[in-house]
Design a protein around this ligand. Sequence first.
Ligand code: HEC
Length: 151
Amino acid sequence: MKFALSIIAATGLTLGVVTAVVAQDDPVERRIAIMKDNGRQLGQIVPMTRGEKDFDAEVVAAAFQKLADNAASIDVDALFPEGSDMHAETKAAPAIWEKMDEFKAAMDKLKADTAEVAANPPTELAALGPAIGQVGQNCGSCHENFRLEDN
Ligand code: HEC
């Protein structure tokens, strides 16, 4: 009995470790996590443009820096491997692999725009809307072309 329990415990432990490694290495999980964080960053600053939150230059600069870091961390070849539109959780559209050059160009534009804004972040409320616009147009147009609709 003692023996059986220790085997179960040891197996459980091993499985736990393997699962954690797989989740971290799974390109679909990784790209979704990065995208979720993009949404979180915009969620910090968009309410400032609506007067729902006070403008805070430090929060704004940090959010744009994180958006730029997120964009820079996306290696399209690594995070969007062929066939990964078949993953259960993904909303990646087949168009990504049909028009890979266009998709990569859209990702490069996100990298360029986020880097530009992060290097010179808005220091007053009047400049926040246009900066969000410059970054946000990338999100919307890529999703329109390369992400499946929510069910
Ligand atoms: C070049 C294309 C591209 C750009 C630019 C882009 N996204 Fe995405 N985004 C995607 C794709 C593709 C998915 C679907 C990924 C998946 O499900 O595998 C996605 C998914 C998402 C999701 C859903 C994540 C989830 O919970 O499933 C959010 C939120 C998101 N993006 C936010 C953003 C924001 C905010 C920006 C702009 C700062 C942005 N994205 C820019 C391609 C892009």
